[in-house]
Design a binder for this molecule. Structure first.
Ligand code: HEM
Ligand code: HEM
Length: 230
């Protein structure tokens, strides 16, 4: 009698994104959306826009620290979008590691998003809209630099934030629909199911507590910085 064939390919459930990284991501999405909504919807006082912007700054400071001490796949050492790795990835010849954390393309997108958000927050801190709001660090620079920062913030910086976020969300949908790769699930529950074994990110109580301490320190640093504006 013929044996029924069962697909016994082994699978490995790996914790890729630790809880602090996941909370960082969704808090960042909310803070950026809040900042944009408050800037674009008429009638909302600019202070609300700035508060969401300060939250983005605290999150970026947290991410900087987390890139050094966070879970394995959240570390900057794992974000290596070198031309050789990108070429191999596009030719479908990437390493198994590309499937675990950010792919080389995902790493490039991560660096681009974090950089453009840092520039947007930085230019906001230096901005002076000459109507209702002066950024807390505006007094440290000449009026020419303040004007250039304000122009960047309201023109090119704004467009780059919109374009990169739109591209980012479109890429997640493309991977899901076309490449049948669900990147969204792991950013919610933390795990990927892989065909090969891989190192897991640490995500225990101590690491999570460490994340909380760093988040509080980042928020404190931003509070101190805002007070510098008087
Ligand atoms: C990632 C965070 C941020 C994003 C995405 C963002 C985005 C924007 C956008 C879309 C505008 C409207 C530009 C226009 O259409 O005229 C704007 C205006 C402005 N932003 Fe931000 N911003 C951020 C952070 C900040 C921060 C931290 C500050 C200052 C503390 C700030 C200060 C301002 C000021 C002063 C304006 C001009 C408001 C006005 O015209 O009255 N922004 N920002
Ligand atoms: C303003 C909105 C958003 C911003 C600023 C943003 C920013 C980011 C950043 C910086 C990362 C890299 C995470 C890291 O630090 O390692 C990331 C990853 C990711 N984001 Fe977003 N995000 C936004 C909205 C969204 C939305 C709406 C979705 C869902 C459709 C999403 C899905 C993802 C996924 C799945 C990843 C992991 C990508 C990978 O596996 O390489 N993001 N996002």
């Amino acid at each position: 009698m013929p044996q029924s064939t069962v697909d016994t390919a082994p699978t490995h459930k790996i914790r890729v994104w630790d809880l602090p990284l996941r909370i960082f991501h969704w808090a960042l999405a909310v803070a950026v959306a809040g900042a944009v909504a408050c800037a674009e919807i008429p009638g909302i006082p600019v202070e609300w826009h700035a508060r969401f912007g300060y939250a983005v700054l605290a999150l970026l400071i947290f991410r900087l620290a987390w890139g050094l001490v966070g879970g394995h796949w959240a570390r900057f050492a794992r974000l290596r979008p070198t031309p050789a790795r990108l070429r191999a990835y596009f030719k479908g010849e990437g390493s198994p590691e590309d499937q675990v954390g950010h792919s080389p393309l995902g790493a490039l997108a991560t660096i681009a998003l974090l950089t453009i958000l840092a520039l947007q927050v930085g230019s906001g801190l230096l901005a002076d809209d000459e109507i209702a709001f002066v950024g807390p660090l505006n007094h440290l620079v000449s009026s020419a630099v303040g004007e250039a920062a304000t122009e960047w913030h309201k023109e090119l910086g704004k467009l780059l934030v919109f374009a990169l976020v739109a591209l980012h969300v479109a890429a997640v949908v493309y991977y899901l629909r076309v490449r049948k790769q669900n990147l969204l699930g792991p950013m919610v529950h933390g795990d990927k199911v892989l065909a090969h074994p891989a190192r897991a990110s640490r995500d225990d109580g101590i690491l999570r507590l460490w994340g909380l301490v760093l988040a509080v320190l980042a928020a404190g640093a931003v509070g101190w910085l805002v007070l510098q504006g008087g």
